[in-house]
Design a protein around this ligand. Structure first.
Ligand code: CTP
Ligand code: MG
Length: 235
């Protein structure tokens, strides 16, 4: 698999950054994506990485009513996108936010969807997932599982131990052929609400999804502990 995307492929791509969550588990005074982390709002770290990767356009889904504040906060990061930068209002669920942002992506061949809550994604990972679309409908960043994974019933009794060599912890970015993502998101709000990632929507529609190996360091900031770890890594 080629590790990076060609310039011609990148020129027909856009990135979607979902930043419209409330950040309830973090419990800050503002939405999680706008909490200041090592001197920048969290979402700005992703925008800087995406611009450095050479993706020419970005669409950010922000919390309803947060557009004006976000515009001001993200003005500096937005400068890195030759084909522009857009803010859209997010939806009630993560995938609804992706759907709203996709409507503003324009005429592109490929889309990389990324969580604002993963500020440590390296630029190369965007190129690597987009390049892997040569072989699949979707290509998703994933870390090898290092813990042994067991499955237990509601009573806590272990029913099986999974084969760790085949298990992956799924991250973002997740890259999609644009037409495939449009079709995958064209479902009821109930189905969208069940999706914990967009690749699942492609899987259930019969599309091919590949993992692209990534480091566990690209973790999702969920709790105050995660925020403290990310702060140290970015400082
Ligand atoms: N997200 C979004 N729209 C939603 C819900 C989530 O754009 N309706 C985004 C978040 O901003 C985040 C990513 O999806 O970047 C992953 O979601 P999560 O880590 O769950 O973030 P929050 O929903 O903000 O956090 P919490 O669940 O603790 O409230
Ligand atoms: Mg959430």
């Amino acid at each position: 698999m080629r590790p990076t995307a060609r310039a011609s492929e990148l020129s027909r791509s856009a990135a979607i950054v979902v930043a419209a969550g409330r950040g309830e588990r973090l419990g800050g005074e503002r939405p999680k994506a706008f909490v200041v982390l090592a001197g920048r709002p969290m979402v700005a770290w992703s925008l800087v990485a995406i611009a450095a990767a050479g993706v020419p356009r970005a669409i950010v889904a922000v919390p309803p009513g947060y557009g004006a504040a976000a515009e001001e906060t993200l003005a500096a990061a937005a400068g890195g996108f030759p084909l522009g930068f857009a803010l859209v209002e997010g939806g009630a669920t993560r995938s609804a936010s992706v759907r709203n942002a996709l409507a503003a992506a324009g005429d592109v061949d490929a889309v990389a969807v990324h969580d604002a809550a993963r500020p440590l994604a390296p630029p190369e990972l965007f190129g690597a997932t987009l390049a892997a679309l040569e072989h699949a409908d979707a290509a998703i960043a994933a870390a090898r599982v290092t813990d042994t994974i067991k499955e237990a019933g509601p009573d806590g009794v272990v029913v099986r131990t999974h084969d760790r060599s085949r298990l992956w912890a799924i991250q973002t970015p997740q890259a999609f052929r644009a037409a495939v993502l449009h079709r995958a998101l064209d479902v009821s709000d109930d189905v969208l609400a069940q999706a914990t990632d967009d690749a699942w929507l492609v899987e259930r529609a019969g599309g091919s999804v590949r993992v692209v190996e990534s480091a566990p360091a690209n973790f999702k900031v969920t709790t105050p502990h995660d925020l403290a770890v990310a702060e140290r890594m970015l400082a």
